[in-house]
Design a protein around this ligand. Sequence first.
Ligand code: X8Z
Ligand code: ZN
Length: 604
Amino acid sequence: MTSRTIGTLLTVAAMAASVTAHAAAEKKPTTAEAQRFLTDTEARLNKLNNEQARAAWVGSNFITDDTEAISSWFAERYLTATGEAAIGARRFNGLKLAPDQARKIMLLQQSLVFADPKEREQFAQLQAALNGAYGKAKYCVKQADGADQCLALGEMEKVLADSHDEKKLREMWVGWHAQSPAYKQKYIDYIALSNKGAKQMGFADTGAMWRSQYDMPPEAFAAEMERLWQQVAPLYQSLHTYTRYKLRETYGPDVVPLTGPIPSHLFGNMWAQNWDNLYPILKPATGASSYDLTRVLEERKTDAKQMTQYAERFYTSLGMQKLPATFWERSLLTKPRDRDVVCHASAWPIDEKDDVRIKMCITPTAENFTVIHHELGHVYYFLAYNKQPLLFRTGANDGFHEAIGDTIALSITPDYLKKVGLMDETPPADADIGDLLKRALGKVAFLPFAYSVDKWRWDLYAGKTKPDDFDKTWWQLREQYMGVSRPAPMAAGGFDAGAKYHVAADVSYARYFLAHMLQFQFHRALCREAGYTGPLNRCSVYDNPKAGAKLQQMLAMGASKPWPEALKAISGEDKIDGGALLEYFAPLKVWLDQQNAAFAAQQK
Ligand code: X8Z
Ligand code: ZN
């Protein structure tokens, strides 16, 4: 009997019992059986994966009750198959297998398994419902004539980005965070079910399963995250202190205290995770370039397709292929006016060939210019590893996947912008501090946010944080790591974490923290490959096929090897490390500390 026919006849629970019984009774499985099992399983999962990807794509692109039901139905079928595969793989544990086979058997077991089909169905439904609820959420205000005026997240983000009116900022912040309590109960139910699925597979909880996905024991991974955070925390501290002084000048000492956390609605971003928009009030008094990419893109009316083509051109300059015609036909690049979509940018591999797409509500801003390079990083990873077998068609780890496009975006330097005609004059050398500060507002400001999202979720999944305390622990972590506070008092039933896409959609977040270390390691490695020896912030690997080949070689590996080998292939290093990031920002750290000392002296 092949695993495929077993799968259709037995429930997962019955199968688990039957596998255990068989394992005792039967003689030891052979490597040939393991190979047959893997071949059958990969073929089955491949088909179901393509189907569920299509359904999920439609579910996120046209949010309706029907598409939600359709996508959850396909997700459930896929969950059934991955659950059966996970249980089936257990039989080969301990057997001496070829490295590829052993890796696949291990990867198959990192997955949720639902003993009860009802629970599986409910899990898939909740997941689709949460995704839809986030995508549909709007902040509505009654007008004088009684009609609702509703703002979508993107519109509120624009106010946070552009306005310095503290009351207006607070209104946007509070308005958006008032939406997530509506799906808090769904989230609570979802977490409980997910934990059941993880336990069924032998993990302590879903958080432990997530931490097991890095080719090391889960405790070792948690320790690695802490080590990395400690390594970069002093740089964040310097940036936070400087930002405090500048925000005090803008909003006054009543709004921004001299010590303690700073209200989080003042950072130009809904989650205070990226401070790019603070640049105009933070930029150095002298020597900063007045160049503003957003203004250039807006003035030229650069449309979504052109924005995407700039990014595509970067990748093709490295020797990579042009995006397939279907990418342009099937991607969603702008926010539709007549329907609800999940606007949070994402990249999708639909099949094992080259049906790759992105879904993003692109506007002509510098931030989106970076994000589109990020998304195409995912897409070029998909295309590079599509010759791998299904189980290896993913990133070396999820941090790698998030790091590729960001690595490329680090090469968006003034020189590069001049080359592609987006900047007229290259700024003088003394503009470097301004450029580094601009970059730090995206990269350094993000670090404690990225670290603390999953620190919060790990405790939640472990049952250490109860639903009544969701906001309390969320804000404890925000204060402790980011030095930011809630701009309004907490209220019962609150669910501030749920106002972040990755919590509502249950996407793990440690990946972005790792990516922020890795992208500087990759950037440094590619610059070296290109023969570049100057300061890292001035290096662009645009038009350098030699660097491109180095990158492509790693991308093509997918997840076929433990990630340290992939890291070695590109950089010669085998540890994720904050050293490259610190090297990149070293001149800025000196400058920030000087500014901070001068500010501190003024306070005396
Ligand atoms: O979600 C994303 C990407 C899609 S994977 C746009 N990012 C994180 C976020 O927006 O919170 C990129 C950086 C962090
Ligand atoms: Zn991403």
